[in-house]
Ligand binder design. Sequence first.
Ligand code: C2O
Ligand code: CU
Length: 412
Amino acid sequence: DLPSGHTVEAWTFNGQVPGPQLVVREGDLVEVELVNRDIGPGVTVHWHGVDVPNAEDGVAGLTQNAVMPGETHTYRFVVNETGSHWYHSHQLSSVQVAKGLFGAFIILPEEAGETFGPAADITVFSHDWETADGMRTVLHGSGDGRDRIIPPGAEVRLRLVNSASHTKIFSLHGTPFRVSAIDGWDINEPEPVSGMRLKIGGGGRYDVTFTMPDHPVALALDGRKPGTVIVFGKDGREAADIRPGGPILDPLEYGAYAPAPIGPDAAFDRTFLMVLDQIYLGHYNGKTNTLWAINGEVFPRTPTFVVSEGDVVKTRIVNRTFSDHPMHLHGHHVVVLSRNGKPYRGSPLVLDTLLVEPGETWEVALIADNPGIWMDHCHILDHAAWGMSMHLAYANVTTPYMAGDVTGNHPE
Ligand code: C2O
Ligand code: CU
């Protein structure tokens, strides 16, 4: 049952949506057993934003076979980073994520004590559900609503995750706040802001922190409807004062400037160009549809960017369409160098999901330090399913797995 009053057919991990929130600590060896009870086409788990070894990446047809009903698969990896991430199926993802096969994966810093007690550390997913009345957007807070009761003075961390394909605009009312992390990477000296709105592309995460005031605080999505506001207060029953939204926070101008882990003058071993286009009508897998292309081609004809371990790589991404494309690279984080030719002026940004808006050009850099074959795709999952997907591959790495109808593996 959705807060909007609709009932939908959901596919679930452990019978719940979002799936169980997995909280681990930096340095932990994590083991997760996936049991497919009855997801007919098979299922996987991909750890979005976590730089796991390639074999644990959970992509059907690339790093494993889809796990069929009655089968199990065990994932095992050490987490060497922190932050707010999430997991989701990467078999027929455009269908399976939409139907609910996702959850939060939170990595606490090694030194974290009890600072983030459950009362003040809350994950909120924005998700789009297909209902009898069309698409409905819902905010899903962790903890059954109990964690909406927060005493004044408490330190609060809201981990906002956009599990929907389409870009969402969040706002927080009733308190100044800081954006403490984006895609799990800590922002350098985030300054408090008031009334600014936060634009999060599909797959992206923002951590917002504030001190609970003595009046209610509301988290809302633009285009407010039932189910898209969560009120935090001392007894969980108050109404909040929601003001019209202010300007959108620009992550390239936020926080204190510091040199990024890779600078614009680094000695790049490889440079790649990724041009995003819309093909208004094309034929794909026997169907006619709008297609989404990278360098003029749809998957599997899109380019494969080939690197060697240790390469310092620069990629320029050009969006020539009228749509956002939240581009997500697996297994790596990319350092933002510039957008539309202008270098970032705030905190360094190290992201896994880049919201590339219409007409924009981004330059990003990475160090090739995680051998494998990695997906790089638009997290508007229908765009990925209609072509906008490619691989970053390390030279001399191959995979024994195959995608396509013959194998039943369909990563998108
Ligand atoms: Cu969140 Cu390739 O996925
Ligand atoms: Cu896209």
